[in-house]
Design a protein around this ligand. Structure first.
Ligand SMILES: [Fe+2]
Ligand SMILES: [Fe+2]
Length: 375
């Protein structure tokens, strides 16, 4: 069969930024609550093990900041799970292309995660891979990290020419079958004007239009990404992109997705639920604590948002307004955004109110896809 025929269930955990306790950075304004990564993962794994899960997807930023020992911990933990887990690298997984004593190199990444998709079978320099998730259901992944000639990470996502060629060949081979894509950086906008502002662009693949065209030509309908640390489901043309928020920032979400193929109607229905981790040992009020953590660290970030295009507010005015926006990013990160803009200066209200609402639901949603898009 070119498509799955039986119901199946899978989960998505993004941006876990795993940090063993002795590796945790103690920077004062650290945005991510990496202390909860391992206890939150353990709690979710316990739940997923009881669910008869078919597979787990992790779209990158697997560790805090490239640490070899955090990668080793995660790889061995994923190896122990009773279901397959698939990963891609995020910008925090390989910090410098050649690595160092403390951090993993790009070449080592697929070796560490051999059992999480990188079995060495395909793709130039093992940058991505293709795996059959279930009979008739395929996962293709890309490495959206790009390095400068000196080995430093490029500040936006990029899919290189060699990967685009490999993607085209792989999709041509799989023509007529159900194929999903996973990568770290976004291919579709999840925030208003994301691809037009410097603050939004760094979360996207810079050559996204070319990659989206390739996917559309070959009937791919679904993409999984991370990086943005926001719960959002967005559509562009026939493509849907599910971006999942970070496990270590508010609201500490993950996703469980029930898939029901209906071959007689050529439909594949995905019923998405998104639990939020309510607490972990040592963090009994995680949701409140984490929302406040984010609010306390938001003003600097909000000043940047206000002073940058398209708002171009003066620095002095931005500093005065930023405290009124302390809850804004938490509202966006949680998805299904409903931020009260009434208290903001009138000239700014249209900009911030555009973040509100959701096309289909960002946490709970039902997606109707074609089971075989070319039949
Ligand atoms: Fe990232
Ligand atoms: Fe991240």
């Amino acid at each position: 069969m070119p498509y799955p025929t039986d119901p199946f269930r899978f989960a998505v955990i993004s941006d876990p930024h795993v940090a063993l306790p002795h590796t945790v950075w103690q920077a004062e304004n650290r945005f991510h609550l990496v202390e909860v990564s391992i206890p939150a993962l353990e709690q979710i794994f316990e739940q997923l093990c009881a669910l008869d899960l078919d597979f787990l997807l992790l779209p990158g930023d697997l560790v805090q900041h490239g640490e070899r020992e955090n990668h080793a911990w995660l790889a061995q933990r994923l190896n122990q799970l009773p279901f397959p887990a698939y990963v891609v690298p995020g910008n925090h997984d390989v910090i410098v292309q050649q690595g160092c004593d403390r951090t993993l190199s790009q070449a080592e990444f697929p070796q560490v995660y051999q059992k999480q998709g990188y079995d060495g079978s395909d793709s130039p320099q093992a940058q991505g891979y293709h795996q059959e998730l279930l009979p008739g259901l395929h996962l293709v992944t890309l490495n959206s990290n790009r390095f400068e000639a000196d080995g430093q990470l490029y500040p936006v996502g990029w899919i290189g020419e060699d990967q685009c060629q490999w993607l085209a060949q792989t999709l041509a081979k799989l023509q007529g079958q159900t194929v999903w894509l996973m990568l770290h950086h976004n291919l579709i906008e999840h925030l208003p004007g994301q691809s037009r502002t410097s603050m939004g662009q760094r979360y996207m693949v810079a050559n996204a239009p070319a990659v989206r065209d390739l996917l559309t030509q070959h009937g791919v309908q679904l993409i999984f990404t991370g990086h943005l640390h926001v719960q959002d489901i967005a559509r562009q043309g026939s493509l849907w992109e599910i971006t999942t928020g970070s496990l270590v920032s508010y609201p500490h979400p993950y996703r469980i997705i029930e898939a029901s193929p209906q071959p007689d109607q050529n439909r594949l229905q995905l019923r998405i639920t998104s639990p939020w981790v309510a607490s972990v040992p040592d963090w009994p009020t995680l949701q409140d604590t984490s929302r406040n953590w984010m609010a306390q660290r938001s003003p600097r970030f909000m000043v940047r948002l206000l002073t940058n295009p398209p708002l171009n507010v003066s620095q002095r005015e931005a500093v005065a307004i930023a405290p009124q926006l302390s809850q804004f990013w938490a509202a966006v990160a949680a998805g299904d955004t409903d931020f009260d803009c009434q208290h903001l200066p009138q000239a700014l209200q249209p900009f911030f109110s555009r973040f509100n609402g959701s096309e289909i639901g960002d946490n709970q949603a039902v997606l109707d896809l074609a089971l075989n898009p070319v039949s």
